[in-house]
Design a protein around this ligand. Structure first.
Ligand code: MG
Length: 257
C-alpha cells in the first residue's frame, strides 16, 4: 500500500477516542519499509478538515480531498492543488449555476457560505422528488454546463462539476503522484464513498457501521466488510490487507496509550 484514502466521519473519526485509535495505528504504520501517503477524502470543507486536524489527535495527512472531490490540498506545501481546479473548470461556472437556480427554482435556499466553494454550489431543498431534481439538471444543461445534482437526507442539494467526486479526485491524485491504483487502499462508511471503491483495482474497507447504500454499491468488488466499527474497523481491514498482526498492533497501541 503506497496511498491510503479514507473518509473521516464515521470511518476513522466519531469523537476523541477513535481519533486516537487511528492516530496510534497510523503511527505504527510509519515503520513499514515504504511509508504510505495518507489522504483524507471527505465531504467536509477544507477549512473544516484543517480545524479538525488541529483540534483532535487525527494524524496530519499528506493530502486533503475536501468537499466531495471539489477541493484538493497538499499539506506539506500548505497549498491548494491548482491543477485539480483546472481539471474541474471545463463546462462549469459557479456564478451561472447559482444565478440560474436562484432565479428559476422555487422553495430553494442557498446553504451558508462555508458550505460552498468554487466547485460546489449547495442548497437546502426540502422533500423533493426525482422530477424536481431532473428539472434542475436540465436547467443547468441548457446553459451548456455539465453538472451532477446530488440529493441527500431529503434536504441537501449539491450541484458539482460532473467529474467531481471522491473517486475521480483520488484517481487523479494517484496519477499525479505516479502511484498505481493497485497500490491504493480506501475506506468509507456512506454512499458518497462508493466512488472511491469503484476506482479500478483498489482495495477498500467498509466499516461495520456503514450505510446499506455503500455495502450494496461495492458488492462483488475488492472490498472487505469489517466486523468492527469506525476506526477499529479500518484497522481490522487494513491489517488483513497488509498482513499485519492486529492483536500485536492493538497491544502496542494499548501500551502506548
Ligand atoms: Mg462518512
Amino acid at each position: 500500500m503506497l496511498l491510503f484514502s479514507t473518509d473521516i466521519d464515521g470511518t476513522i473519526f466519531d469523537g476523541p477516542e477513535t481519533a486516537e485509535i487511528f492516530a496510534n495505528f497510523w503511527q505504527n504504520l510509519q515503520e513499514l519499509p515504504k511509508q504510505p501517503l495518507l489522504v483524507y477524502n471527505t465531504g467536509r470543507s477544507l477549512d473544516d478538515v484543517r480545524a479538525l486536524i488541529r483540534e483532535t489527535a487525527l494524524p496530519s495527512p499528506d493530502f486533503i480531498i475536501a468537499g466531495v472531490g471539489t477541493e484538493m490540498f497538499e499539506q506539506a506545501k500548505g497549498k491548494v492543488i491548482d491543477e485539480w481546479n483546472a481539471e474541474l473548470s471545463g463546462h462549469w461556472d459557479f456564478e451561472t449555476v447559482h444565478r440560474l437556480v436562484s432565479a428559476q427554482i422555487e422553495d430553494i435556499e442557498a446553504q451558508p457560505d462555508e458550505c460552498q466553494n468554487e466547485f460546489k454550489c449547495s442548497w437546502f431543498y426540502y422533500d423533493k422528488s426525482r422530477d424536481d431534481l431532473d428539472r434542475i439538471g436540465e436547467l443547468i444543461e441548457s446553459a451548456g454546463l455539465e453538472a451532477q445534482v446530488i440529493y441527500s437526507s431529503n434536504r441537501d442539494l449539491d450541484i458539482l462539476p460532473r467529474q467531481a467526486n471522491k473517486g475521480n479526485a483520488l484517481r487523479w491524485l494517484a496519477a499525479w503522484k505516479e502511484i498505481p491504483l493497485s497500490r491504493v487502499a480506501v475506506a468509507g462508511d456512506s454512499g458518497n464513498d462508493s466512488s472511491m471503491f469503484l476506482v479500478d483495482d483498489t482495495f477498500g474497507v467498509v466499516v461495520s457501521n456503514a450505510e446499506d447504500a455503500l455495502v450494496s454499491a461495492v458488492a462483488g468488488g475488492n472490498a472487505y466488510l469489517s466486523e468492527e466499527s469506525c476506526a477499529r474497523g479500518v484497522i481490522e481491514g487494513l491489517s488483513r490487507h497488509l498482513g499485519l498482526d492486529t492483536q500485536s498492533l492493538s497491544n502496542e497501541t494499548h501500551a502506548q496509550g
